[in-house]
Design a protein around this ligand. Structure first.
Ligand SMILES: [Zn+2]
Length: 272
């Protein structure tokens, strides 16, 4: 799923390319995962509207329109935004198309229709399910080491589950949780209560470093292909069976809690 670095890069791209452009036409294709407005209303509210800003909250990309509406997209596991020319062939499961003046299109496709799309008035984003429960942004300046520690203390259970839980902090998904845990040298299934002060600090530093570096890399490489997830530079996630970049041992891969987890059993020992 797109995580903080991916969404930051997409946001930057859309700010550069599309903000200030007017939507000339809207097509809603079946099947569509839009919540709230009917497809007809979706078309009516967006057609002729001007895109005034693009922002991000957690795993939502927010397209703000001149009318005061916000198109809030959470692509979940399988949704992708695509920026392309009108002539480009439509991908399977293209859910909707916003055509902008000048001929470029922003399309949303979603192989498994898992993503969530909302169109709401700006003052009503809090009505989006789970919006209010979201914790602060993982890279927000107010998330200091002390705040990180305090929030960590509220969550019991295994450390990886906490990192991907958006009531803890938002923006971290399965891939970057693996990367952060690897960078900190922490075993993903450690109980939070077993972590030392030093380990909590190492996690905090790793979180900032991993997310900041990834945002820079993804932003510089993404180009127009905003639908392509750039993950080849990750160190352990998706690298099961390959050599650990730190010790040369084999990267482990297991499925637990309905998620694939990669880690190095040497660099991230079970016991501290
Ligand atoms: Zn290793």
């Amino acid at each position: 799923m797109p995580e903080l670095p991916d969404l930051e890069a997409i946001q930057e791209f859309l700010l550069r390319e599309l903000v200030g452009s007017r939507v000339s036409s809207v097509e809603v294709l079946q099947p569509i995962p839009i919540r709230r407005p009917t497809p007809e209303e979706f078309v009516r509210q967006l057609t002729g509207n001007l895109l005034t800003s693009v922002s991000r909250r957690g795993k939502f990309l927010l397209l703000s329109m001149e009318s005061g509406h916000v198109l809030a997209l959470n692509p979940m596991l399988t949704g992708r935004l695509q920026y392309c020319d009108a002539r480009e062939r439509r991908r399977a499961r293209t859910c909707f198309i916003l055509a902008f003046q000048g001929g470029r299109q922003l399309r949303y496709f979603d192989a498994k229709l898992m993503g969530k799309v909302y169109l709401v008035e700006e003052s009503r984003t809090r009505e989006i399910p789970r919006w209010e429960e979201m914790g602060p942004e993982a890279l927000a300046p107010q998330v200091t080491l002390e705040v990180f520690r305090q929030r960590l203390r509220r969550h019991p259970g295994q450390i990886k589950n906490i990192l991907v839980n958006d009531t803890f902090l938002t923006g971290i998904g399965n891939a970057y949780a693996d990367e952060i845990l690897f960078a900190a040298g922490v075993y993903p299934f450690r109980k939070r209560t077993s972590l030392s002060q030093e380990e909590a600090e190492a996690l905090f530093r790793a979180m900032r470093q991993v997310l900041e570096e990834a945002t820079t890399i993804v932003s510089s490489r993404m180009g127009d292909d905003i639908h392509v997830k750039i993950r080849d530079f990750l160190r352990v996630h998706g690298k099961g069976g390959q050599a650990c970049p730190r010790c040369g041992g084999s990267v482990s891969q297991i499925t637990a809690n309905q998620r694939l987890t990669n880690y190095c059993h040497t660099c991230q020992p079970r016991l501290p």
